[in-house]
Design a protein around this ligand. Structure first.
Ligand code: HEM
Length: 147
C-alpha cells in the first residue's frame, strides 16, 4: 500500500495544495459575505440572497475542500512516516485551530441566516485575518520543518 502511495505522492501533494487554496479562498470570502449581509434587515429579501450564497459557498467549496485537504494530508503523512515529526504535530495543532475556526464561522452564518446578528462589522473584519495568519505559520512549518 505504502509503495503504491509513494508512486503517486506528487499527485497527492498537488491535490492537497490545490484544495488547500480552495479552502482558504472560501474562508477568506465567508466573513466578507457576512459583512455584506449586515447591510440587510433581518427577514428581508437581501438577507435571504446572502444566506443562499453562503450556503452555496459552504456546500460547493468549503466543506468538500476541508475534507479533501485533511484526507490527502493524512495520507501523505502516513506514506512518508511523518507522524512522529514535531513539525507535523505543530502543523496539525494549527490546522485543528483552522478547522475549529471554520466550524465556528459556519455556525455564525447560520445564526445570521435566521435573522440574528451576532458579530459586528469590526469584529468580522478582525476575524477575517485569522486564516491568513494561520496560513503563514502552516506554510513556514511545512517548508522549513524546523523540528
Ligand atoms: C488537514 C490536515 C493536514 C495534514 C495532515 C497535512 C499534511 C501534509 C503533509 C504530510 C505534507 C507533505 C510534506 C512534504 O512532503 O514534505 C503537506 C504538504 C503541504 N501542506 Fe499540508 N497538511 C494539512 C493541512 C494543510 C493546510 C490547512 C495547509 C495550508 C493552510 C497546508 C499546506 C501545505 C503545503 C503548502 C504543502 C506543500 C509543501 C510542498 O510543496 O512540499 N496543509 N501537508
Amino acid at each position: 500500500m505504502q509503495e503504491l502511495l509513494s508512486s503517486i505522492y506528487l499527485f497527492l501533494k498537488s491535490g492537497h495544495v490545490i484544495f488547500m487554496v480552495f479552502w482558504l479562498a472560501g474562508l477568506f470570502m465567508l466573513p466578507r459575505q457576512c459583512i455584506y449581509m449586515l447591510d440587510h434587515e433581518p427577514g428581508s429579501a437581501g438577507e435571504a440572497k446572502w444566506a443562499t450564497r453562503m450556503g452555496k459557498l459552504r456546500k460547493i467549496i468549503l466543506t468538500p475542500a476541508l475534507i479533501i485537504v485533511w484526507v490527502l494530508g493524512l495520507t501523505m503523512a502516513y506514506t512518508m512516516g511523518f507522524f512522529s515529526d514535531g513539525w507535523l504535530h505543530a502543523k496539525l495543532t494549527l490546522v485543528l485551530a483552522l478547522t475549529g475556526y471554520h466550524g465556528w464561522l459556519v455556525g455564525q452564518t447560520k445564526k445570521m441566516a435566521r435573522g440574528e446578528r451576532p458579530l459586528t462589522e469590526k469584529t468580522l473584519r478582525m476575524i477575517g485575518e485569522v486564516p491568513g495568519l494561520l496560513l503563514v505559520l502552516i506554510v513556514v512549518l511545512v517548508y522549513l520543518k524546523p523540528f
